[in-house]
Design a protein. Structure first.
Length: 120
């Protein structure tokens, strides 16, 4: 039986993917204590997945910052991740264009890094 002195330390103990668990812990610490931008993360604290595996979730649409968001149409953008080719495409569900924002580039970068880390 494990002690529960610090429940957050064991948050990822049951994850079968040990590499993912290690990245989640490291990025949680970096975000909390070293100012890591949460949008630079390659692991998702909320879903406990690699970012490219859960970035399709509506939770990852952030209108304020422009992540998965088209500011012209004010509507969400879809994201498709090709795990074989390493392709990441974000496209507005309204105008079907790729939002040309720093947030879009950042998200594509994070997903590519996440893909690379997951297959390493
Ligand atoms: Zn997520
Ligand atoms: Zn649009």
């Amino acid at each position: 039986m494990t002690t529960m002195r610090n429940p957050t330390a064991d948050r990822y103990a049951t994850l079968p993917d040990r590499a993912l668990a290690a990245v989640l812990r490291a990025e949680d610490t970096a975000e909390e204590h070293h100012g890591l931008d949460p949008f630079e993360r390659i692991s998702c604290r909320l879903h406990r997945r690699w970012i490219h595996q859960c970035v399709h979730s509506p939770t990852h649409v952030v209108a304020i910052t422009g992540h998965r968001w088209c500011r012209d149409c004010e509507c969400p953008a879809s994201i498709s991740v090709d795990e074989l080719l390493g392709d990441v495409v974000i496209r507005c569900t309204g105008c079907l264009r790729v939002p040309t924002t720093a947030a879009t580039r950042q998200l594509v970068r994070a997903c590519r890094a996440s893909l690379a880390a997951a297959t390493a």
